[in-house]
Design a protein around this ligand. Sequence first.
Ligand code: DP6
Length: 302
Amino acid sequence: MKATAIAPANIAFIKYWGRVDAALRIPSNPSISMNLSACTTTTTVEFSPGLKHDVISEGFDAARITAHLNRLRERAGSALFCRVETHNSFPASAGIASSASGFAALTVAAAAALGLRLSERELAAFARLGSGSACRSIPDGFVKWEGEYARSLYPPDWWDVRDIIVMVESTTKKVSSSEGHDKAATSPFFHKRLDALPRRIARLERALNEKNIQELGEVIEEECLDMHHVMQTQSPPLYYWTGETVNIMELVKKRTVPAYFTIDAGPNAHVICEGKDEARVVELLKGRTLIINKPAAGAHII
Ligand code: DP6
């Protein structure tokens, strides 16, 4: 009746932006990501007959969490309520996608606590219903999400890369990505991006296979700019960058070290490089607050 799971956040190399079914969170395009070792959520779920409603830690979206628990209760044929305790390894206000690690950890912990024996595919599909990007935090390492499911392309030790997150202060209130997805198709560039994706995805998969950082870097920067272009031209437009985000993009673009940027739905810049160049990238970014991530395993019981 009680289980604890840990799940990583992930950085999207090919982004999920827009969906063909909003309620079921079926994405408009496949996406590819890497799990992050230093950005994790640990969640304990305990079902007990004594509870009259779900008890969820302060500061989390209780309605969205309860809706997700209902899906798992229904599958298990259980009417029990539970206590959910969640701890993020990164500050909640950090603008790191805590919904990915959060719903992945919640899914794995709640399924185990209910005695459900779900395959990785089923866990990813359930996590997706809580938050789309959460399905990529279920399998290990480098992950591809297509349609209902996500699967591992390569384990974490396939390639020693880093995601060095530069924490950027944001004064503007973040518009939730859920709302943003629903308006993505209002951008005149939405279909242009979708048309460009099959080739871009093939390039990224080749770069991962060949461990070619320059190829990977060029693809992720192109994809990041293309997705933000769509975001900025949809209606209403979404601007996630701050001046500091752009400063970091320009600094990285100088290519004094082999490092490349990508940005999700927030102001933080993610600087991607190989492990052997970590110290040089840290030096390049000195004076800023950094979170250094390696590729990580997916969600699991602890
Ligand atoms: C820009 O997974 O947060 O980070 O399904 O509504 O929870 P919901 O959206 P979410 O969207 C993430 C968007 C992104 C790109 C990505 O992670 O692929």
